[in-house]
Design a protein around this ligand. Sequence first.
Ligand SMILES: Nc1ncnc2c1ncn2[C@@H]1O[C@H](COP(=O)(O)OP(=O)(O)OP(=O)(O)O)[C@@H](O)[C@H]1O
Length: 304
Amino acid sequence: MILARGLRKSFGDFEAVKGIDVDVRRGEAFGFLGPNGAGKSSTMRMVAAVSPVSDGDLRILGLDPAVDGPSIRARIGVCPQEDTLDTELTVRDNLYVYGRYFGLPRKEVRSRVDELLEFVQLTEKSDAMVEDLSGGMKRRLTIARSLINRPDVLLLDEPTTGLDPQARHVVWDRLFRLKQQGVTLVLTTHYMDEAEQLCDRLVVMDKGVIVAEGSPLELIRAHSTREVAELRFGVGEHDALAEKISDLGDRVEVLPDRLLVYSEDGEEVIAKVHERGLQPAAVLVRRSTLEDVFLRLTGRTLVD
Ligand SMILES: Nc1ncnc2c1ncn2[C@@H]1O[C@H](COP(=O)(O)OP(=O)(O)OP(=O)(O)O)[C@@H](O)[C@H]1O
């Protein structure tokens, strides 16, 4: 569905995307992960055929965005990071007008609008003005709008950023359903839990390059241990304590509020910490996640 080879994006002298290779297959959910400024949105905008490629090859649905931009845009759906809804129109009219941009006949748009309002659970808000919607409702409406043309590929730039947990959950639930319906999803996110659950494959980007790619499980196996022991000591004690327990795991990471000890058996780590007479204020053993992969590969947490 999407094929990129040596894809680059420059803004003047600054290179935001530095030659990436990407393959997105039909029907999969593909994620771009990375901290702010990694180049995810710049990549998404090239894939959406709204930002010209600076160098390299890019094919979307087999088409070249430099020459087939309109055909590509007709067959993809885009849910941008910022809501770009028309606040002076009702919920229904936002979808209707957008559908008409695609040149769909009036009758067809009307029934598609009803279908989509139902899908994003906004039927009851059909006649409300956009400015009266909550943030979560606006995001759902933007997703509905991006689906008006029955796209083969749906591009979502941080679809759940800025939403409260419940609103996030509703949006995520709809994305799962779309995936079940066979829509190819390409998304960026900062939320590791979501990426782990939804994405079949993903790439981790940092400073314009891809630093790892694979399924969530493959990435965790390749770049982290099975378990992580989290230890909280007093403020300011973590650096000194990290040295004292550095032999207890494959590696130890120092975060501002805790130590992370990476090992195959977290309980064993905790037991040894206690044997050494150390008294953490709190301990937790958990399995490795994509957040750990990210920390390993970039030396930073995504939340930063
Ligand atoms: N139009 C532009 N002109 C100049 N620089 C830009 C432009 N768009 C993006 N950049 C720069 O390119 C880099 C990558 O930005 P991009 O928005 O692609 O990152 P991102 O991974 O999507 O980050 P975020 O998670 O914050 O959205 C940043 O340093 C940004 O300042």
